[in-house]
Design a protein around this ligand. Structure first.
Ligand SMILES: *[C@@H]1O[C@H](CO)[C@@H](O)[C@H](O)[C@H]1NC(C)=O
Ligand SMILES: *[C@@H]1O[C@H](CO)[C@@H](O)[C@H](O)[C@H]1NC(C)=O
Ligand SMILES: *[C@@H]1O[C@H](CO)[C@@H](O)[C@H](O)[C@H]1NC(C)=O
Length: 362
């Protein structure tokens, strides 16, 4: 019986390898994972929120009373076939390795999604989930795989000095402190760059010897992102470390962007924009900055962009709206319900790791 199970495993992984190779041999990147359509599929979601009692309340829409269910059933179909998510295979490939999400609450959203997807794949397998300060570590003990979340909303340094809180666009101490030695790094930063007033956590912005009271936020973001790509260019060895950028996660605050002029938020949105290639609201300006900065790297192949912006723009139905913070306090059209859209980001992360590493299989 055990022998049979083992040989079945070998056959399945061989077929899988052949599938991956057949996808890769004709031409370089014929498969654009980020170009496709959302399809209603009864076999989704990959887990229920009750399978995963560590989901934070702000993402646990069904537990918070969201009544509609269509949003759980949409799955992304790239215009070429993609392997279904296989959590056991993911953990097996990552055995002994560490994955770290670095960024804001949208990183937290994706981190929680991945821990749920993996836990659902191996529900009997023991895990620990420990939070110390700004770092959360979810460990699959049997596989010795750590899936971490490091909260770091700007990536560059925010320092308390005598003049006040200074955001330093050209200084990135977390690089050497926190990111060295991690096998897979997935970064994100954007939403905190928009904060003003009491929510703005800095008093000054500094670049070199110049200190500013304020600056165009997209310009400041671009400078900080360059500091980050410079760090990657000079510190990452691609044979040891895979680096991803999560991409810019879109909000849905204004119905004009998706052709419903009277919608003032994502409230009551139950369906995605189906079959649309282009979002009526057009490209996100921040997405263009990310693409430019990545293109200017001395080795642009070091960072794999999870190009989530355009296809997530179609998911006006995916946000918690009033089912985020446990009832009717506040409207959240920024984060995403779990299960939900970040599960797709992780399916693509998995596919990207598999495609990039297809030769590991043989
Ligand atoms: C990201 O996806 C959009 C939509 O498919 C596309 O227009 C854009 O060129 C892609 N960006 C990159 C860097 O591949
Ligand atoms: C997928 O879309 C890209 C860009 O639109 C196109 O170049 C490619 O031929 C398509 N591939 C398939 C298999 O349809
Ligand atoms: C900052 O000022 C110091 C001394 O005034 C100078 O040595 C240094 O080169 C300056 N740095 C930059 C980045 O301009």
């Amino acid at each position: 019986m055990a022998d049979f199970a083992i040989s079945m495993k070998i056959i399945v992984s061989l077929l899988f390898s052949l599938f991956i190779i057949s996808q890769t041999v004709h031409g370089k990147r014929q498969c654009d994972l980020f170009d496709g359509i959302w399809v209603y599929d009864e076999s989704y979601p990959l887990y229920e929120s009750s399978d995963c009692d560590f989901i934070e309340k702000q993402f646990d829409c069904s537990k918070n009373g969201r009544p509609d269910k269509f949003y759980l059933k949409y799955n992304w179909h790239p215009n070429c076939s993609m392997p279904r998510f296989n959590g056991e295979d993911f953990l097996e490939r990552m055995r002994g390795k560490s994955i770290m999400f670095v960024g804001d609450s949208l990183s937290l959203n994706q981190w929680q999604s991945l821990t749920c997807m993996l836990h659902k794949s191996v529900p009997q397998s023991q895990y620990t989930n420990v939070r110390t300060g700004l770092l959360s570590t979810f460990t699959f003990l049997e596989y010795n795989v750590k899936v971490m979340m490091s909260r770091n909303v700007f990536l560059v340094d925010l320092v308390e000095e005598s003049i006040g809180r200074v955001l330093k666009l050209d200084s990135i101490e977390s690089g050497n402190k926190d990111w060295k030695g991690i096998d897979v790094l997935i970064f994100d930063s954007w939403h905190w760059w928009l904060h003003t007033g009491r929510k703005q956590p800095w008093d000054f912005i500094q670049e070199g010897n110049k200190t500013y009271k304020d600056m165009d936020r997209l310009v400041a973001y671009e400078k900080a992102l360059k500091t980050w790509t410079n760090w990657v260019d000079s510190n990452v060895d691609p044979s040891k470390t895979k680096v991803f950028f999560q991409g810019v996660s879109p909000d849905h605050m204004d119905g004009k962007e998706w052709g419903e002029v009277r919608a003032k938020s994502c409230a009551n949105e139950e369906r995605p924009l189906e079959g649309h290639k282009k979002y009526p609201g057009g490209s996100h300006p921040t997405e263009l900055v990310v693409e430019r900065v990545l293109k200017e790297m001395s080795n642009p192949n070091l960072v794999y962009l999870l190009n989530i912006t355009t296809f997530s723009q179609l998911r006006k139905d995916g946000h918690p709206s009033v089912y985020g913070h446990g009832g009717h306090r506040g409207m959240d059209c920024t984060h995403w319900c779990l299960p939900g859209v970040p599960d797709t980001w992780n399916q693509l992360l998995y596919a990207a790791l598999v495609y990039q590493n297809y030769h590991y299989l043989i």
